[in-house]
Design a binder for this molecule. Structure first.
Ligand SMILES: Cc1ncc(COP(=O)(O)O)c(C=O)c1O
Length: 383
């Protein structure tokens, strides 16, 4: 994303804070990701939770992605934005009865079931609706993801997924559930994974589990390997390495596996195309640091306050020599800080600030705490 003088001039005309999306960059990312997946015979479902802005969703649907949803509302929106229902999967550790009914009615491809109790509920609701529920078991592979502690999901002690030790019990339960069709197996070990070797460990576990199911006469039709491909928050213009990522799986998944292989990518598809644009309200000296107080806060972009996530911060309007600043929002919480001791050109009231890589888990997590207005979205196609 290039903040040329022309673009900055156009952005200055909008009331801050807002999300700016470079839709050409989004299209380029989608073309590369879908092309690299197709070359290796893989399918990708877009993880809607990363960004459910309908403009973004419609563009993604246009590139032939399926949808990975975690609520009934996400499923409804995905179908309305053009994702085919039969290419939509429904994950989540706590699906409500109403959400299950919605998904069955729309005819989604598959439920990623996370517990024995959920399988029984799915069976009962499908029976009452006179339908069948296709199910993939979300298995907790106990593979360490080496990412932020709060976004690791594939280790044994975790609210997500079914533990390997429970599998024998779960498949014996499955054999008695008359309204469920076993479709495959599903994994997701965490998000923002930059050490791609982690996926080799996942492949080795998947190979063992594929054999385990096949030996029991339950060869999985689908293997869904989840999402998690990380991006460089330090270098926001670096493109995600889709080819390297898919190659790891091509290389380490057992050749004899005949299942459809799919992924659920979110962050790597949308993060780079979005930036939170904000204005400097005040520059405030402290005792050992100088604070920049922005008009955007944790209510607009929660990740830094929620899990100490780093986002690169740029001053779009100053060309003065650099200083060190702590960049904070206006919210009445001391965790409302976007970055400490950040090097920026000398900054003053009214300067325009871009917080980069905010196209995933940004706008969708915005909230109204302090009765703030939700940040609007501005698209490159419209300005
Ligand atoms: C089950 C599941 N699939 C896919 C994703 C998308 O992950 P990412 O945005 O890291 O690609 C997540 C994110 O947390 C998830 O929980």
């Amino acid at each position: 994303m290039m903040f040329t003088t022309e673009l900055t001039g156009k952005l200055k005309r909008h009331e801050t804070p807002f999300y700016y999306y470079d839709l050409d960059l989004l299209r380029e990312t989608l073309a590369v990701a879908s092309g690299e997946a197709a070359k290796r015979g893989f399918k990708v479902h877009y993880a809607v939770k990363a960004n459910f802005n309908p403009v973004i969703m419609k563009i993604i649907a246009g590139y032939g992605f399926g949808a990975d949803c975690v609520s009934g509302n996400e499923i409804d929106l995905a179908v309305n934005c053009g994702f085919p229902a039969d290419e939509t999967v429904f994950a989540g550790v706590g699906k409500s009865d109403r959400e299950i009914e919605t998904a069955l009615k729309l005819g989604i491809k598959c439920f990623n079931a996370e517990s024995a109790a959920e399988l029984e509920v799915l069976n009962e609701i499908a029976g009452k609706a006179g339908r069948r529920a296709a199910v993939a078991l979300r298995i907790n592979p106990n593979v360490e993801a080496h990412t932020l502690k709060h976004i690791t999901t594939g280790t044994d002690e975790n609210k997500f997924g079914i533990r390997i030790a429970e599998l024998e019990k779960v498949i014996s339960l499955l054999s008695g559930l008359e309204n469920i069709d076993f479709r495959g197996i599903h994994f997701h070990i965490g998000s923002q994974i930059t050490d791609l070797h982690v996926y080799r460990n996942l492949c080795l576990r998947v190979n063992e589990l594929w054999q385990w199911f096949t030996d029991r006469g339950m060869e999985p039709e689908d293997i869904n390997l989840g999402g998690g491909l990380g991006i460089s928050y330090e270098e926001p213009d670096r493109f995600p390495s889709f080819a390297d990522y898919f190659d790891i799986f091509r290389e380490h998944l057992d050749r004899k596996i005949r299942s459809t292989i799919s992924f659920e990518l979110g962050r790597s598809l949308t993060a780079g195309c979005g930036a939170l644009i904000s204005k400097v309200l005040y520059v405030k000296p402290g005792t050992s640091e100088t604070f920049i107080i922005l008009d955007a806060g944790m209510t607009d972009l929660l990740r830094p306050a929620l899990y100490h996530a780093f986002h690169r911060i740029e001053n779009l309007t100053s060309v003065l020599p650099p200083g060190k600043y702590t960049v904070a929002g206006p919210i009445c919480e001391s965790t409302d800080i976007f970055g400490k001791f950040i090097s920026l050109p000398e900054t003053g009231r009214g300067d325009l600030i871009a917080i980069r890589s905010a196209g995933a888990y940004g706008e969708v997590m915005a909230m109204r705490y302090n009765m703030r207005s939700l940040p609007p979205a501005v698209f490159s196609d419209d300005i």
